[in-house]
Design a protein around this ligand. Structure first.
Ligand SMILES: [Zn+2]
Length: 268
């Protein structure tokens, strides 16, 4: 057994299992070509798993985070780190950090072994989403941001300016999209990566939708775990792929009718 595995074994069992799931899903993102170079980031709120867990005193890194997130324990990928490295070197490319009670500093309690490691530059967005989830969507512990090509292409189409029409067009492509992305996608206007503006647009979008598409950039979803967040992205991307295939074949898809879509509501 290698050193990484021994380190993992010191963590709560549920955390070890979730880290293995994150690694597996990161593999999906890479093989799907959704995670080129350092694209994408993943975080999972582990706070409840560390209640009563003895965390040794570790080096503190000063940061400015909203005071409400004090005490949070998060798994988070590193800035500039490659998601494909989560497949077999997860302890280098990601970490578990604990934010102090005043939210003025964090300590890396596991991982972050890559030289010069720092948590994702989107850390503020992630902690804000986790805080919002804890208030309004309890049980939603994972956040996945990635670059699904078909959703990105769709965000360049004029239809993207009309969120209702975009959702109608995705839902009508096949029953799964209606059933497994029931709240649809939020069409978020372009904003700079890592900006407070993008964070706020994302949090707002997640209040009403399952997936937030960042115009000309990528998509983000939150779910009970990493696999469920991935599923929202995967199924909505399937809808976009089918739609683009129909347009590429130069026809407007007939789509499920209003009545057929209504008939699916028994599964929602
Ligand atoms: Zn991105």
């Amino acid at each position: 057994m290698n050193e990484n595995k021994l380190k993992i074994l010191e963590l709560p069992k549920v955390v070890i299992e979730e880290i293995e799931n994150i690694s597996r899903i990161a593999g999906y993102l890479w093989t799907r070509e959704w995670a080129e170079r350092n694209a994408g980031n993943i975080s999972v709120n582990f706070t409840e798993y560390f209640i009563g867990y003895k965390i040794p005193n570790m080096e503190k890194v000063a940061c400015t985070l909203p005071k409400e997130v004090g005490g949070m324990v998060l798994f988070v990928t590193g800035t500039g780190c490659y998601l494909r490295n989560l497949i077999d070197r997860i302890e280098e490319a990601a970490c578990i950090l604990k934010i102090n009670e005043k939210a003025t500093a964090y300590s890396i309690i596991w991982g972050g072994k890559q030289k010069g490691f720092k948590p994702t530059s989107e850390l503020i967005s992630h902690v804000k989403i986790h805080y919002e989830n804890a208030q309004n969507k309890s049980g939603y512990k994972a956040v996945v941001h990635t670059h699904p090509p078909e959703l990105i292409v769709l965000s360049h189409h004029p239809i993207f300016k009309d969120e209702e029409k975009t959702n109608r067009s995705l839902w009508k492509m096949c029953p799964e999209v209606r059933v497994f992305v029931p709240k649809g996608v939020s069409c978020t206007p372009y904003a700079l990566s890592g900006s407070e503006e993008l964070a706020d647009l994302t949090i707002n979008g997640l209040k009403h939708r399952d997936v937030v598409i960042w115009e000309k950039h990528g998509a983000l979803a939150s779910g009970e775990n990493v696999e469920k967040a991935f599923d929202y992205l995967d199924v909505s991307n399937k809808g976009a792929k089918l739609l683009l295939m129909a347009w590429a074949a130069n026809f407007e898809p007939v789509g499920l009718t209003d009545e057929e879509l209504k008939g699916l509501e028994i599964f929602l």
